[in-house]
Unconditional design. Structure first.
Length: 74
């Protein structure tokens, strides 16, 4: 009897990029460093988290407008 094949997990859907990759890579290069293939993905995930935190802070303060200080997480 043949073994049943395991179903492959569906790849995680990539979120839309919030970055201009060439600009970020340029900044990294200007700092005399190299940019790995997953660096922009990691930064993009962090930006999604940061925006989520800022919107939650604005809502908690009774606002629908996100302000610059809402991004200051500390």
């Amino acid at each position: 009897m043949a073994k049943a094949k395991k179903a492959k997990a569906a790849p995680k859907a990539a979120k839309e990029s919030l970055l201009v990759g060439s600009k970020v890579r340029g900044l990294i290069k200007d700092a005399d460093c190299n940019c790995s293939g997953d660096a922009l993905d990691g930064l993009n995930e962090w930006l999604y988290w940061l925006v989520h935190q800022a919107t939650e802070r604005a809502k908690a303060n009774g606002r629908k407008t996100v302000r610059a200080h809402d991004f200051m997480v500390g």
